[in-house]
Design a protein around this ligand. Structure first.
Ligand code: B1M
Length: 223
């Protein structure tokens, strides 16, 4: 029987699989990989495994980091465990969609290395049937612009930022994207981003989380 609490705990403690030596007291026990696979084999919905297990664990990691109970290496270890689990879910989320609803260029803006939330948005959009061009992290406005010029069928751009110091780069990126193709629509998101900020910088849409990013993307594409 799938155990979401155990899955979240493995993310929190960074326990990837039974062979992983870290953390020493969990060596030999099922880790994120086995627990996610078990849940998949039981036929649970990939969205439920993601939200009730993996994201729940990562939320707690965020709280501990904020309250100085966790430090950067702890968070990196957890992020690695989260990735091991989300990689198993990725093809399932993608397979649940039919033909592509549209092509979306996605990336984390310049100066920002955070990609966990962006990757979730990518997974959810893929799961909903969008085709994704993922430019990764620390993406300059010029690189977004080039991606729009290189991919004439890409009609939507998704920008993620996790730092108050990098969210300002969203504005420059929107300018570059709209300069390349005025009809391109831009969605923004990330922990410090708000609806008001999105409006202020001329974004077409804002989503507070990955599942709402899908709704906003569909709305903007008229599908
Ligand atoms: Co960083 N970090 N970090 N960090 N980190 C935060 C963001 C921070 C809030 C922690 C804190 O101090 N409390 C803080 C920012 C403070 C601020 O700007 N106000 C911070 C800091 C300061 C830093 C460094 C500067 C630390 C340092 O070096 N001293 C540094 C910066 C590096 C850089 O980017 N240049 C840094 C580094 C790192 C790690 C590398 C260690 C690691 C990133 C690993 C990785 O991403 N591969 C990391 C992490 C993991 C975090 C926290 C703990 C967790 C972020 C996360 O993954 N959350 C974070 C604290 C926190 O958020 N509580 C923190 C889970 C994820 C699922 O949520 O990304 O918000 P989130 O995504 C959500 C929504 O926001 C939304 O959907 C997602 C899922 O529903 N969303 C979108 C995101 N993008 C979207 C796009 C959309 C729509 C919705 O449309 C396109």
């Amino acid at each position: 029987m799938a155990d979401f609490n155990k899955m979240a705990e493995c993310v929190i403690r960074g326990h990837i699989d039974a062979n992983a030596p870290y953390p020493p007291d969990m060596k030999g026990q099922s880790g994120v990989r086995e627990l996610v696979q078990e849940a998949i084999d039981e036929g649970l919905a990939p969205e439920d495994i993601l939200n009730n297990g993996l994201v729940k664990g990562m939320d707690e990691v965020g709280r501990r980091f904020r309250e100085n109970e966790y430090f950067v290496p702890d968070v990196l270890i957890s992020a690695k465990a989260m990735k091991a689990g989300s990689e198993l879910l990725k093809p399932l989320l993608a397979a649940s969609g039919a033909k592509p609803l549209g092509i979306v260029v996605v990336g984390t803006v310049e100066g920002d290395m955070h990609d966990i939330g962006k990757n979730l948005v990518v997974m959810m959009l893929e799961g909903a049937g969008f085709q994704i061009i993922d430019l990764g992290v620390n993406v300059s406005p010029e690189k977004f612009k080039q991606a729009i010029l290189d991919n004439p069928d890409a009609t939507l751009v998704g920008l993620s930022a996790l730092l108050t110091t990098t969210m300002v780069n969203m504005s420059k990126t929107i300018e570059a994207v709209k300069g390349a193709r005025g009809s391109a629509k831009v969605i923004v998101g990330g922990a410090p981003v708000t609806d008001a900020f999105a409006k202020e910088i001329g974004a077409d849409g804002y989503a507070p989380d990955a599942s709402r990013a899908v709704d906003v993307a569909k709305e903007l594409m008229g599908v």
